[in-house]
Design a protein around this ligand. Sequence first.
Ligand code: ADP
Length: 497
Amino acid sequence: MDPLILSLDQGTTSTRAVAFALSPDGALTPVATRQLELTQHYPEPGWVEHDSAEIRDAALQTCREVVDAAGGVTRFAAMGITNQRETAVIWDAATGAPLHRAIVWQDRRTAETTRSLAADGHEPAVQGATGLILDPYFSASKFAWLLDAVPDGRARAARGEVRLGTVDAWLIDRLSGGRSHVTDATNAARTSLMDLRTLAWREDLAGLFDVPLAALPEIRPCAGPLAETAREIFGRPLPITGAAGDQQAALVGHGALAPGDAKITYGTGAFLVANVGTTPVASGARLLATLGYVVDSARAWALEGSIFSAGSAIQWLRDGLGVINESRQSEALARGLQDNGGVYLVPGFTGLGAPWWAPDARGAVIGLTRDSGPAHFVRAALESLAYQTRDLLDALARDGAPPLRVLKVDGGVTANAWAMQFVADICGVTVERPAYQEMTALGAARLAAFGAGLIDTLAARETAAPACWRPQMDPAERERLLGGWRAAVRAAMIATA
Ligand code: ADP
């Protein structure tokens, strides 16, 4: 019987465990899945918290159920973990008990801290060392906040009595019965505390953010022996041999292993990660420099850009405007129009992300005439996905990233074939959607299989044919549409200035 790999995907809104069967040719096939929703806590405006104990318990429950459903732990050879990135967890080193709720990546409570560090001129040094801008998004200022919130937190942390980590480190700590306080380098790359070249914590940054290094996990590659689950978890130890942040795991899942490979996940927001090769590329175009993956035999750096509103624009059409009842109706409405009628929608509902980084920007619709109807709003919302993607790809090109070979896509919005064709047309690149959609869980499983020595390459071996969309639009038409979009973005910026 083929060995099984347990993949744990701890996301922002849910925790999912998937069992994959590993065939002799190295292909991974899902055989069982369990998922639990995660409670979101909003204690104050701009604050978002998760209960770390709920995360731990959901991870244990989904994993145990999947292990049972797939035939028991003896069938499993290894486990991989992938997770929501940047979210900061604090716990007691001796008891493993959470000392505070986790601060989620979306949380803005430390905006003042990072603003004042920027005002004091620290951004170039932080960006030079870590690839990241100064923003509350990243873990370091969240760790510092947690240490302030816990009685005697900083002194206890310096003595090694308190542990800090991103969600991967928290789960590995609990799964190993507190024996392993480790993190993988892609998660560490999102803290603002790791040097992007040496992949080691930086004393100077720990000092700047006031986070004692003694409280941080050890940084490890994404594949290899990371930890072993405590016997009581599954009744028998299981080696944890793969770990990566969710977007990086998806990059591996897509097999985007070479420079010029890129993936974008179109969910509520959209996350582009582009493989730039074996040395980091600094961004002058307001993308983030980060790691793609690191294993003993290979490593890749990446540039990353986030679009805040992608599928959420479709949700707004449905729940806010009421012009559709279900997301999938958007496709027929957009297709039914000859053209966009000059209507553009800038979905700046929660500000604009990369490359604009305009948190205070708001949405705009321009170009309305008496002929504009509901379908124009739908079409403009779907078109905005492509224009925003194009803005990110242009930023990549300005940063000197290797030319894109193909854009690999996943996420709920990719069910919309009209939108995917429009992305191919506007970006001038082939868009490819794999047959199996759970790229994050697949990537973690592949890292774990590789880390356990069960496969000798991270390259995708799954053979189901992807869906492909190739650019067909006349370049002059593309430029005309992009002109309209740029005017709309300017209008959104002016309207909110
Ligand atoms: P997340 O992981 O962020 O929760 P998903 O990957 O599950 O997101 O994608 C959900 C999003 O995809 C929703 O915003 C939904 O509106 C959008 N969506 C789903 N189907 C379609 C479709 N056919 N056309 C456009 N958008 C869609």
